[in-house]
Design a binder for this molecule. Structure first.
Ligand SMILES: Nc1ncnc2c1ncn2[C@@H]1O[C@H](COP(=O)(O)OP(=O)(O)OP(=O)(O)O)[C@@H](O)[C@H]1O
Length: 260
């Protein structure tokens, strides 16, 4: 875990943290973001006008009851889906100005994803799963494998590189997902219930890895979670209700993961 590369395109994190004395540049921001699913009688307004910023290098939890719109918001921020109205901007540039091909390239180069359900390909080895983002980016096989092995070593999973991805424990699978999220040296990691399928002890290991990457390498961490303990370790919490951000609070509330 000592040599995880920091994001190549981003400046080092501010020493005072994302909410310290200095104003930190937003990596992502939204303006009046609206998402409507369906139409007519089945119309559902999942996001009703969300305006906020994610600062470079911060750790942010998006919390709220089931159905409040957390995952919808994360999918729009991560450029996995398009809003019905409103703006998502990255480094100040509205994403809607980009071509679809460029959006997927940007997503692959800038973001890493860690999901509760792992989404590992059962027919591929651990190393093949980890290096998929590099394959998508057109990186050649030998560099792919070298970088894949580097991140697996950092996550103490190198000895499992040739295993099928299914032949692992839950915690090991999530470490493979984190390795896959890291292999492109992302600026932002989006984690949707990253510990939802894990027991308490394994959850702590995974949280330590995620917050270590955030703290030591300046990676911006955006976590969607129902887990109050995990949310408390983030520097900022956005509370969602019925498609709106109804409040936010700042400061690490417990644990050793983030910076207060
Ligand atoms: N593809 C879809 N079509 C129709 N409605 C959808 C779709 N995706 C989500 N919704 C609805 O939008 C609302 C917000 O869903 P979302 O998944 O963002 O909530 P959430 O806060 O992440 O919930 P959970 O904590 O249960 O994952 C829910 O009422 C959901 O049923």
């Amino acid at each position: 875990m000592s040599s995880v590369p920091s994001a190549p395109n981003s400046p080092p994190p501010e020493p005072s943290g994302a909410h310290g004395r200095h104003r930190v540049e937003p990596v992502l921001e939204t303006e009046n973001l609206v998402k409507v699913y369906g139409r007519g009688e089945s119309r559902f307004d999942a996001l009703k006008g969300i305006t906020f910023q994610i600062e470079q290098g911060e750790s942010l939890a998006i919390i709220g009851k089931s159905g409040s719109g957390k995952s919808t918001l994360m999918h729009l921020l991560a450029l996995l889906d398009q809003p019905t109205a409103g703006v998502v901007a990255m480094h100040g540039r509205p994403v809607s100005q980009l071509k679809i091909k460029d959006v997927s390239g940007l997503r692959n180069a800038t973001f890493g994803f860690v999901f509760q359900q792992f989404f590992l390909n059962p027919h591929q080895t651990v190393l093949e799963n980890v290096t998929l983002p590099l394959k998508i980016a057109g990186v050649g096989r030998s560099e792919r494998n070298q970088r894949g092995m580097e991140v697996l070593e950092q996550l103490e999973m190198a000895d499992k590189a040739k295993n099928k991805a299914t032949d692992l424990s839950g915690g090991q699978k999530q470490r493979v997902c984190i390795a896959r999220a890291l292999v492109n040296r992302p600026e932002v990691i989006f984690a949707d219930e990253p510990t939802g399928n894990l027991d308490t002890a394994t959850s702590e290991v995974v949280e330590d890895i995620l917050f270590g990457l955030h703290r030591d390498h300046g990676i911006t961490l955006v976590v969607v979670t129902h887990d109050d303990d995990l949310a408390a370790k983030c520097q900022r919490r956005l509370h969602m209700q019925d498609g709106l951000i109804v409040s936010e609070d700042r400061g690490v509330l417990s644990g050793t993961g983030g910076q207060s």
